[in-house]
Ligand binder design. Structure first.
Ligand SMILES: Nc1ncnc2c1ncn2[C@@H]1O[C@H](COP(=O)(O)OP(=O)(O)OP(=O)(O)O)[C@@H](O)[C@H]1O
Ligand SMILES: [Mg+2]
Length: 308
């Protein structure tokens, strides 16, 4: 099973009369295969959650397409049996007056209305076992009686009740303390081993590096760099990625060293074609499996390729 995004954009209308446009996601394209973790990384406001919400059909796509096995997700019946999300703040995901078993029971009512009690019980127990939660320890409890890590794992268990193929995990680690983080990260690794495709949204690069085989770096809604994680982390090409990684901007130095570095390449707004209407030229494959893009200031992907 393959989730594919093709030039996906999201424009919000803002301002009192919807007169202003906010381009939250711009022409984003990548794939998540089963058994693969893809990290989506970028600073606050870069469009990560908006992208996750579009994949989960919680927000409409403005332009472009999202497909699962080649079929537009908007036209998929039973989509949520295959794709589920787990979000940042586990506390807000729960109604505070629902005990944990009721949260899970809602899945039964909606997706397995005719399943018998014994079968359902077995299903719940195997889901909880997969996230290493003890049924007796969590089921009869209210959200405030559980730890952040337990809640996050309960949400994952809830998604697993559905035999999902894809999981969108939006900042599920950030709220957790260091030791619980490792638990949940290892859990994601296990789920991957069971064939799940995971889109792991985080602003914490080290977490992305730890779990994912592919990394997508988002800036102002646009992919600036993406590819195999070891390439993006080991040889970051875009200054934005380097900043995120806290590394020295080698690029800058090279440009100032090379007298003949063309000025317009250093100030690409799409190959120096100034003006807001310039079309984004897309990503350049700088090395096999490693893509980098032009930016609105300071970076031209073809120029990056030159200085490598
Ligand atoms: N419903 C909405 N209406 C208008 N603007 C929105 C809406 N949702 C998000 N935005 C805007 O879209 C941009 C991207 O927001 P988004 O929540 O996707 O960022 P993010 O990368 O998830 O950030 P964070 O790391 O803080 O969670 C922001 O400028 C945000 O203000
Ligand atoms: Mg977010």
């Amino acid at each position: 099973m393959m989730l594919r995004l093709d030039r996906v954009s999201k424009t919000f209308r803002t301002g009192s009369f919807g007169g202003r446009e906010l381009h939250a996601v711009r022409e984003v394209g990548f794939e998540v295969a089963q058994g693969e973790v893809v990290s989506l990384i970028g600073e606050s406001g870069s469009g990560k959650t908006t992208l996750g919400r579009m994949i989960l059909r919680l927000a409409a796509v403005s332009e472009g397409s999202i497909t699962l096995d080649g079929v537009d997700i908007a036209r998929q019946k039973d989509y949520y049996r295959s794709v589920q999300g787990v979000f940042q703040d586990p506390f807000s995901s729960y109604n505070p007056i629902f005990k944990a078993d009721r949260v899970l029971e809602m899945i039964r009512q909606r997706f397995f209305p005719s399943m018998g009690a014994a079968d359902w019980r077995a299903r719940v127990e195997s889901s909880l076992a997969a996230v290493r939660l003890d049924p007796g320890g969590v089921l009869g409890k209210y959200p405030h009686q559980l730890s952040g890590g337990q809640l996050q794992r309960l949400l994952i268990a809830r998604a697993l009740l559905l035999d999902i193929r894809m999981l969108v995990a939006d900042e599920i680690i950030s709220m957790l303390d260091a030791s619980t983080r490792i638990d949940v990260l290892n859990l994601l690794g296990e789920l991957k081993g069971r064939g799940l495709g995971i889109l792991f949204i985080t602003h914490d690069l080290s977490l992305g590096n730890y779990v994912s085989e592919k990394t997508v770096v988002l800036r102002s809604g646009r992919v600036v760099e993406m590819g195999r994680t070891e390439l993006v982390f080991g040889n970051p090409l875009h200054p934005y990625t380097r900043n995120l990684l806290g590394s020295v901007p080698r690029l800058h130095r090279r440009w100032s060293e090379e007298e003949d570095a063309p000025e317009e390449e250093a100030t690409c707004f799409y190959h120096g074609a100034a003006g807001r209407d310039a079309t984004w030229p897309g990503l350049v494959e700088a090395e096999p499996g490693h893509f980098v893009g032009c930016a609105t200031s300071g970076t031209c992907a073809p120029a990056l390729e030159l200085v490598r």
